[in-house]
Design a protein around this ligand. Structure first.
Ligand SMILES: Cc1cc2nc3c(=O)[nH]c(=O)nc-3n(C[C@H](O)[C@H](O)[C@H](O)COP(=O)(O)OP(=O)(O)OC[C@H]3O[C@@H](n4cnc5c(N)ncnc54)[C@H](O)[C@@H]3O)c2cc1C
Length: 342
């Protein structure tokens, strides 16, 4: 049997709003755990626009998507919140006054509060409609890299022409036996510096580059053994490899959130604006995924929603304790929780 993790609040989504919710819960003395489907923290800010400037975060005249995430991580550091990445929250069941939530990797959480900060839904990799690729998922075929050590001394075929494909080509070339990089176009959509690094690796014969080629098929027995690619003239070439990495971008899926009995309106979760609870007691929705009259899909709105939801979550997690309104400037408990010296 897998371990059950007990927590004051489970947060679904490690985007900016999920991260700020950790802070708001933390200063009230509540412990949180965070689950995200992606292999990195930061939601849309880190995945879709890490280098773009944001100008409408209060008191920050300008910051990039990634620097906002880095600052939020710095702010929640004192709480040492576990982040469970690479897994989607799949199922939700009521058990007495608490909720039992299970991820796609079988991790189970027992908690009185669930904050759904799922943005536009979980980001899912775009998968090529090739039967043998699906068949060899987790047997050599992958769409992200939770542990790069498993690529040590392996021959790896990487598909894609964006930042992820290029970043991992450069990174894995340091430990892999050999890398094939396959892209359907001649041009790459990645940072110029990384493209130059990749071209240097091609010159050094650490990487073999196939442009104007597409993934065609794959073969193996227990695990993947080779992949075939097809060029624009229709010629097929087979490359022996032990690992295939596909970076064809991401799509958004509300996925299992659809099945939890939540009140939905146009792919968003309906909440009240008093405490951002949904129609299910103890389940809250905050950030882009929440809807109510006047909702603005802005990061600052999500931060406000997280603060109010945390107040209600406290009452559910500690029904016998009083919650007093306090300023962070002068409250000793908050300072202690933030690890500040007296
Ligand atoms: C190009 C661009 C520019 C923008 N510029 C601005 C701006 O200037 N100012 C501004 O305020 N806003 C801006 N936004 C919008 C802003 O990024 C969003 O409002 C913000 O990211 C919402 O944060 P969130 O935490 O609610 O959701 P997200 O950032 O979408 O994060 C949600 C996370 O939840 C995860 N998730 C979802 N479902 C599950 C599940 N079932 N299991 C596990 N994980 C799950 C997802 O993988 C994702 O990582 C911009 C957006 C884009 C695309």
């Amino acid at each position: 049997m897998t371990d059950q993790i007990k927590t004051d609040c489970l947060i679904i989504g490690a985007g900016p709003v999920g991260l700020f919710a950790v802070f708001e819960l933390g200063i009230l003395g509540l412990k949180a755990e965070v689950v995200d489907n992606l292999d990195k923290i930061g939601g849309q800010c880190a995945e879709l626009y890490p280098d773009k400037p944001i100008y409408d975060i209060p008191a920050l005249p300008s910051c990039t998507g990634q620097s906002l995430v880095d600052n939020l991580l710095e702010q929640i550091k004192p709480f040492q919140t576990p982040m469970h990445l690479n897994q989607r929250l799949e199922s939700l069941k009521k058990e007495g006054e608490e909720w039992k939530a299970t991820t796609s990797l079988g991790k189970t959480f027992i908690t009185p509060n669930i904050f759904i900060a799922g943005g536009v839904g979980s980001f899912e990799p775009r998968k090529p409609p090739i039967e043998n690729i699906i068949k060899f998922e987790n047997k050599g075929v992958a769409y992200s890299i939770p542990n790069k050590d498993s690529y040590k001394d392996k021959t790896v075929a990487i598909f894609g022409g964006g930042d992820s494909a290029l970043d991992w080509t450069v990174e894995l070339s340091k430990i892999a036996k050999h890398i094939y990089l396959v892209h359907r176009r001649e041009e790459f959509r990645a940072v110029e510096h990384t493209v130059s690094q990749m071209r240097e690796l091609v010159e050094k014969e650490k990487v073999s580059l196939y442009t104007k080629n597409q993934l065609f098929d794959a073969d193996g027995d227990e695990r993947i053994k080779n992949v075939s690619i097809k060029n624009q003239e229709g010629e097929i070439k087979t490359l022996d490899c032990e690992k295939i990495l596909i970076f064809h971008g991401l799509k958004n899926e509300l996925g299992p959130i659809n099945d939890w009995g939540l009140g939905l309106s146009e792919k968003q979760i309906v909440v009240n604006t008093e405490d951002f609870q949904t129609n299910l007691e103890g389940i809250f929705a905050i950030g882009d995924i929440a809807t109510y009259p006047g909702k603005l899909k802005l990061i600052l709105s999500g931060f406000h929603e997280a603060a109010l939801a945390a107040q209600k979550a406290f009452k559910r997690a500690k029904p016998d304790e009083n919650l007093l309104f306090r300023y962070s400037t002068s409250d000793k408990d908050i300072h202690e929780r933030l690890g500040l010296k007296k």
